[in-house]
Write a protein that binds this ligand. Structure first.
Ligand code: RIB
Ligand code: CA
Length: 312
């Protein structure tokens, strides 16, 4: 049984990842930690509460950091809508957030139950960097740590072209996180943007999901319409990129991975053109302890099935 703590900036693909996790028979969501990222925290927190109502489960939601540690550079409202879920007016009906800060909740839960929780980070790493500052031994108290972020051969998706959004939004936080895992000797299970592109979701699969005609598939179709249009305008065809669902698939079923490489990854902070780049020691030349298991390939059929399971 995977006991998940999900750190997230919902976000259309975050939403699908949470639907997947909530529907998985061998997983429970112990907490959702909201962070500023795709859109502002006021939206990501509200969206997290909406998602808990959609999945109809008693999941505590905690508000985390609203800004990056140092400098705000860009959000992703153009992809996800101004409100983060397609600007279709979704809002929680009854749920409210816990009073405890997300970083404090993470530290508390990890210390109450060391080795029990799998932390899945599918947004910027600000909350986790703050938690590490409060408790530097956090890596030793987590069962697993799965991250959606980075671009391990510098094919990014932001205005700093070698940087992926979750890292570029808060490079200092990502630096703190990758350095902490290097010091701890553990491995971050990293699902990057390039793996996301390699496992794109074709239009016929999306049509199959829409045809399910269930409350969750209707919710998905409604809140993802703007993102689908955004991608169609770029790619010239209907498809989706499921960055966060791909990371969630790895968290839910680690044996879904068919190819991975262990390497040292660091985060560039000062490059004029490379700030936020996940610089990967592919040739193992820097003499530093590997801190990352880079997920390269996974079973696509199982991936699509896990997402579909979340919409039924
Ligand atoms: O680069 C993709 C990541 O940025 C995903 O987590 C998406 O939700 C956005 O936050
Ligand atoms: Ca996200």
């Amino acid at each position: 049984m995977e006991k998940l703590i999900i750190d997230t900036d919902p976000g259309v693909d975050d939403a699908q990842a949470i639907l997947m996790a909530a529907a998985h028979p061998n997983a429970t969501i112990a907490a959702i930690l909201a962070v500023g990222g795709n859109v502002g925290l006021e939206h990501t927190l509200r969206n997290a509460l909406t998602l808990v109502e959609v999945v109809e489960q008693e999941i505590p939601v905690y508000a985390g950091c609203s800004k990056p540690l140092v400098i705000f550079q860009e959000d992703a409202a153009d992809v996800h809508g101004q409100d983060g879920l397609g600007d279709v007016g979704l809002a929680p009906q009854t749920r409210t957030a816990e009073s405890e800060h997300a970083a404090l909740a993470l530290v508390r839960m990890a210390n109450e139950s060391p080795g029990e929780y799998t932390l899945v980070a599918i947004g910027p790493l600000t909350n986790i960097a703050v938690a590490l500052t409060l408790d530097p031994t956090l890596p030793e108290k987590l069962k697993r740590f799965v991250v959606m972020g980075g671009a391990v051969t510098a094919h990014g998706n932001t205005s700093n072209v070698s940087a992926e959004f979750n890292i570029f939004y808060d490079p200092e936080a990502a630096h703190v996180v990758f350095e902490a895992w290097e010091a701890h000797g553990g491995l971050i299970e990293l699902v990057d943007w390039e793996a996301t592109i390699r496992h794109g979701i074709p239009g016929d699969v999306i049509e199959r999901w829409h045809a399910l005609d269930t409350p969750k598939s209707r919710f998905y179709q409604k809140m993802s319409a703007k993102t689908l249009e955004f991608i169609r305008n770029i790619m010239g065809r209907s498809m989706m990129f499921g960055a966060d669902p791909l990371a969630m698939a790895v968290a839910l079923e680690p044996d879904i991975v068919t190819k991975a490489e262990v390497r040292h990854v660091s985060v560039e902070l000062t490059g004029m053109y490379t700030r936020g780049q996940t610089t990967t020691d592919w040739n193992q030349r820097n003499g530093r302890t590997a801190n990352t298991n880079i997920i390269l390939e996974l079973d696509t059929d199982r991936f699509f099935s896990l997402m579909e399971q979340g919409l039924k």
